[in-house]
Design a binder for this molecule. Structure first.
Ligand code: SF4
Length: 82
């Protein structure tokens, strides 16, 4: 697992990998589904309403687009070891 990426400006950033979603925080906005280019996320119907799930988290490239897109910090991440 890589621990650093390089953005278009040539700057390094720490890779973070989608791990779990806190349904108490998820408001079901679907931003994570829209921004993820790897189809990590899907929306599911739960007893708490529509929530995000990440059944394809093994596809995560760690770029953090969903971190930036999630308004409630519902997505929990793991970092690669240095
Ligand atoms: S972006 Fe965050 S709040 Fe919105 S559906 Fe995804 S996990 Fe839930």
């Amino acid at each position: 697992m890589e621990n650093k990426g390089i953005n278009r400006a040539g700057r390094e950033y720490i890779l973070i990998y989608s791990e779990t979603i806190d349904w108490d925080l998820c408001i079901g906005c679907g931003n994570c589904v829209r921004v993820c280019g790897q189809d990590v996320y899907v929306m599911v119907n739960t007893s708490q309403g529509q929530k995000a799930d990440n059944p394809n988290k093994d596809r995560c490239l760690g770029d953090g687009h969903c971190y930036q897109a999630c308004p409630t910090r519902a997505i929990k991440f793991k970092r690669a070891l240095e």
